[in-house]
Design a protein around this ligand. Structure first.
Ligand code: UDP
Ligand code: MG
Length: 344
């Protein structure tokens, strides 16, 4: 049986074993999003109601300093289904997502940004993909014109470099916006590392995945939280977390340089025999010194990047700290109640 047919067999099997009335967890990391939250709830609730499933919001307040927590706790007290996990400070989106995955009780989870750059209507298509047997259904940004040219091209380079170096395949232009099955959540929760580069972890755990293309709109309200320095460090986390090639490449560089140096030494020695000793050589010495000190600093720096991360992993600190949890209402699926009504 070829791999395609084997994949189809798996999908069909998964299709058959989907729970009829799954609980859907909607994981939303929020950091200073008070302006956009009303829009977010207004846009997502009708879609979630349309799914006919029981659902819960899992908001992770990543140390917001504005009215985000107040807005959400008021909504939850008013009966919004789900929970608000308040972190003790800003731990970053990746840590917030880990907290969300940990808190989710659903058979399925959808990860979505609060700023409506991830269109909520897509959740319906994602559910269809899940019902068809895919364990991961991710949004693929086909149009990033809402991002600057600079952001688009640097992101493009990063995906290309990552996929060339790391031995896992990370789809370019896929964000965190996705639906994942419980099997995938459990797999993600088993990964013990502190460096939570989620896009890489998603790729690492595997499972049959389906892409849904969409156009990424601009932020509805509020401001973006990532600047280029943050993105650069994010990219470094991604690369160092998933490939050791930058560490190992210096060995080959060293071998190559030594071979060249050896050949050059041989040439110099022979030249002394042929044309005697000559003193000039300042330029070539200087070039060689500058070149090799450059390479040495670069490779030591590269090693430093890994050692710093080893240091962080070795400390075994938790990825995030929960300050408080606010429980909201409970929402049972419409479809379920309809069915119950039929039964009576
Ligand atoms: N976010 C977070 N912690 C952070 C930064 C961002 O939880 O330290 C959340 C933010 O509230 C939003 C999502 O992550 O819901 C995406 O953030 P943003 O829109 O700033 O990122 P971008 O769209 O530029 O990727
Ligand atoms: Mg955004």
């Amino acid at each position: 049986m070829d791999t395609k047919a084997a994949a189809q067999v798996y999908l069909t099997r998964r299709q058959g074993s989907r729970p009829p009335a799954p609980l859907l967890s909607v994981i939303v990391p929020v950091y200073n999003e008070q302006d956009v939250l009303p829009h977010f709830l207004e846009a997502t609730r009708p879609v979630l109601e349309r799914t006919g499933l029981a659902y819960e919001y899992i908001f992770i307040d990543d140390g917001s300093r504005d009215g985000t927590a107040d807005t959400l706790s008021a909504q939850l007290k008013d009966g919004l289904p789900g929970r608000l996990i308040g972190l003790s400070r800003n731990f970053g989106k990746e840590a917030a997502l880990s907290a969300g995955l940990e808190a989710a009780r659903g058979d399925i989870a959808v990860i979505i940004d609060a700023d409506l750059q991830d269109p909520p209507e897509l959740i319906l298509q994602m559910l269809d993909g899940w019902r068809a047997g895919y364990d991961v259904v991710y949004g693929l940004r086909v149009d990033r014109s809402s991002d600057t040219l600079m952001k688009r091209s640097t992101a493009g380079w990063f995906y290309r470099l990552f996929n060339r170096l790391a031995n896992i395949e990370m789809p370019a232009n896929a964000g965190d916006f996705r639906l994942i099955d419980r099997a995938v959540i459990d797999a993600l929760l088993r990964l013990p590392e502190r460096n939570r580069f989620m896009k890489g972890l998603f790729a690492w755990v595997g499972f049959p995945a389906m892409a849904i293309p969409y156009e990424r709109p601009a932020r509805k309200a509020g401001t973006g939280k990532f600047n280029y320095w943050k993105l650069w460090n994010f990219a470094l986390d991604g690369l160092t977390g998933f490939t050791t090639l930058p560490l190992r490449v210096w060995f080959y560089g060293g071998v190559l340089v030594s071979l060249i140096a050896f050949a050059y030494a041989l040439y110099l020695t022979l030249r002394v025999f042929v044309s005697g000793v000559d003193v000039p050589g300042y330029a070539s010495l200087m070039v060689a010194i500058l070149f090799f000190s450059g390479i040495q600093l670069l490779s030591i720096g590269m090693i430093g990047e890994y050692i710093a991360r080893l240091f962080n992993e070795a400390k075994q600190r938790p990825v995030y700290v929960i300050q408080d949890i606010i429980e909201g209402g409970v929402q049972t699926g419409e479809r379920q109640t309809e069915k119950d009504a039929d039964d009576n």
